[in-house]
Design a protein around this ligand. Structure first.
Ligand code: GLV
Ligand code: MG
Length: 350
């Protein structure tokens, strides 16, 4: 399928890898697989039915019902039931529907997965596995999902996995983690736990630690996550910004990871959603420019356009690498609902 066709098809396709449906249908931008936007990923404490109801009406691209840190230990059994009810009966529109289970160093994970997937697997897109530390943990989740899907008659492999990297071990193993299962859809950064894990000296998540004045303390971490995601055709998602009333600071933090190439960011508060949706979509001028590059490149490489490898578009030279960059921008722009405001006219038609 041509990339441009795949971008315009409806959601939830059954991509196929090795004959099995591939859950990682939310591919990275610029790839041949379909790109589902995750500009804003809304955190929703699953123990709070009022928050769950409110989340349904918010314009986030994705949400996760949280059984982990937003849920007190004694509230977890009730929260699992809230999740099953909310996924089965709630109107979530086109949002990507995920649940964050507890990490595998706890005794809660297996019950989280079994109750949620047996109860509402048909209405769930992915499980978020926090504090992922090695490929074995992802394989455990993959196999458990396969057993449940087989038992309850769901299509095997449709439910995806999102691996959250939140500690030093996870970062060192991120390349293995990113290829541990065809169900993987995203690599997510968990900055708060990560900062605790490496003893970074600050309590303000997402801001530079005071005293470190030689660069960006997160650069190595963010680039490692991004590279692992891109190497295995996954999306890269930035974690939360905890100063929820400071939308300006959230926007600044989001711009940094959007500039690197991340696909989206967690949002903890309704006010952060519009900012994330804007920051992680290309602006109109870049989107128009990228569409022009694709059209011009198609034309100039065709026989009618002279079958050239590179050509001039205005003052800019474009070639195959320009097309690849433009594919990334158009993928994100189309997924964000942008429509072009200019069109390409071949020189001999002018
Ligand atoms: C999110 O889970 C974080 O630890 O930042
Ligand atoms: Mg965490």
């Amino acid at each position: 399928m041509a990339f441009s066709e795949s971008m315009s098809t409806p959601d939830r396709p059954a991509n196929s890898v090795g004959g099995a449906p591939r859950a990682g249908a939310a591919a990275g931008p610029g790839t041949e697989r379909q790109y589902r936007p995750r500009r804003s990923c809304l955190a929703v404490p699953a123990s709070n039915p009022r928050f769950i109801d409110k989340a349904m009406g918010l314009p986030a691209d994705a949400f996760f019902l949280d059984l982990e840190d937003a849920c007190a230990p004694s509230a977890k059994p009730g929260a699992r039931k809230n999740i099953v009810a909310a996924l089965n009966t709630g109107d979530w529109g086109e949002k990507i529907r995920t649940v964050r289970v507890n990490d595998l160093t706890t005794h809660w994970t297996y019950r989280d997965v079994i109750e949620v997937v047996e109860g509402a697997g048909a209405n769930l897109d992915a499980i978020v596995l926090p504090k992922a530390q090695d490929a074995m943990q992802v394989r455990w989740l993959d196999l458990t999902l396969t057993q449940i899907e087989t038992t309850v008659g769901l299509p095997v492999g449709r439910i995806g996995i999102e691996a959250q990297i939140e500690n030093a071990r996870g970062l060192l193993a991120v390349d293995d983690i990113a290829q541990a299962s065809p169900r993987l859809q995203t690599i997510i950064f968990g900055p708060a736990d990560f900062m605790a894990s490496i003893n970074m000296r600050t309590l303000i998540v997402g801001e530079q630690p005071p005293g470190y004045d030689t660069g960006d303390a997160y650069h190595h971490i963010l680039m490692s996550l991004l590279l692992a995601a891109r190497a295995h055709d996954l999306q890269a998602i930035d974690g939360p910004y905890l100063q929820v009333r400071d939308v300006e600071a959230f926007t600044r933090s989001a711009r940094r990871t959007a500039a690197l190439g991340f696909d989206g960011k967690w949002v903890l508060h309704p006010d952060q959603i519009a900012a994330a949706n804007e920051v992680f979509a290309p602006d109109q001028a870049d989107y128009d420019h990228a569409e022009l590059i694709l059209d011009a490149y198609d034309y100039y490489t065709s026989d009618a356009g002279g079958a050239k490898g590179s050509a001039m578009l205005g003052d800019e030279m474009i070639d195959e690498a320009s097309r690849k960059m433009a594919l990334v921008v158009t993928a994100k722009g189309r997924a964000a609902g942008l429509t072009r405001t200019s069109s390409f006219t071949p020189p001999d038609a002018r």
